[in-house]
Design a protein around this ligand. Structure first.
Ligand code: CP
Length: 308
């Protein structure tokens, strides 16, 4: 079975094919009759151990629009509450013969572990601070649609890089596709190995945003911090929050992106989030198209039949 655990390991060709396929789904998703039977007869289970609005909703819609039977496991009401482990939960669902398991979990490596245990495709919908591959793909599609290419685009990824699987997947994807990646944030919110990831590191928004084509803001993940490592909101916004003044350092036509959920007034000002350069809602739209492309690619063989 084929899985999507991370962007790491995908070639530029793999990524290009997925983005091209997703592009085909954009018009379909905007049409009135947005349902086909590409995945008819196949069963998709969404297993989210962490909260989600965008990813879970778009995986569900993507599966339904392709004709699959989609089930959302409500983890909060499941036997996980009685102490059942991740593996036992997954093996229980596996016994019901799903064709694809979409998993989000707080532990890095959870999706890879499941992929070795279950007899179906596994898609990583976010595992700890490791990867969120479909987010990076939808971000890439959003950029490619607006700018026409990914190579030599200057992308500034800003804020809480340390806790962000979105940042990791985006850095890997954008580097693979020949973009120039900058990370901008306080030293306390940069991972130790960041300088080994082929990025330019900046400790000021003004310097980091200078001439950027894309400004990608990240949520300050306060729930993953404790004690003196939690910055005050007011101070964080002052230095690292994207407001209209700081945005002026980027190119005039720079895109403003945010994976969501946003903390307005923390990492991004409301007028910028809702302003003319923002493509935040477009990212959500691209999310459905990308997830359709990923599921179709993983689950269908070249002749269009279900994979054994
Ligand atoms: N961007 C993202 O993963 O959003 P959700 O947590 O709402 O799924």
């Amino acid at each position: 079975h084929r899985h999507l655990i991370g962007i790491k390991g995908l070639s530029p060709l793999d990524i290009g094919i997925l983005l091209d396929k997703a592009e085909e789904a954009i018009a379909f998703n905007r049409s009135r009759e947005k349902k086909n039977s590409v995945l008819r007869g196949l069963t998709q289970i969404n297993l989210f151990f962490e909260a989600s609005t965008r990813t879970q909703a778009s995986f569900e819609l993507a599966g339904k629009r392709l004709g699959a039977d989609v089930m959302n496991m409500s983890v909060g009401n499941s036997s996980v509450k009685k102490g059942e482990t991740l593996i036992d939960t997954a093996m229980t669902l596996n016994a019901m013969h799903p064709d694809v398991l979409v998993i989000r979990h707080s532990s890095a490596g959870a999706a890879a572990l499941l992929s070795q245990k279950v007899a179906c495709s596994v898609i990583n919908a976010g595992d700890g601070a490791h990867e969120h591959p479909t987010q990076a793909l939808l971000d890439a599609l959003t950029i490619r649609q607006a700018k026409g290419r990914l190579d030599n685009i200057v992308v500034a990824i800003c804020g809480d890089i340390l806790h962000s699987r979105v940042a990791r997947s985006n850095i890997i994807l954008l580097n693979t596709m020949g973009a120039r990646v900058r990370v901008v944030g306080p030293a306390t919110l940069l991972p130790a190995g960041i300088r080994d990831m082929s990025v330019e590191v900046y400790d000021s928004m003004e310097e980091g945003l200078k001439g950027a084509d894309v400004v990608m803001m990240l949520r300050l993940q306060r729930e993953r911090m404790s004690g003196s490592f939690v910055p005050s909101v007011r101070e964080y916004f002052h230095f690292w929050g994207l407001d209209a003044e700081k945005l002026k350092a980027a190119k005039e036509d720079a895109l403003v992106m945010h994976p969501g959920p946003m903390n307005r007034g923390v990492e991004i000002a409301t007028d910028v989030a809702d302003g003319p350069q923002s493509v935040i809602e477009r990212q959500v739209e691209m999310g459905v198209a990308v997830r359709m492309a990923v599921m179709e690619t993983l689950m269908l063989s070249e002749n269009g039949g279900p994979r054994a």
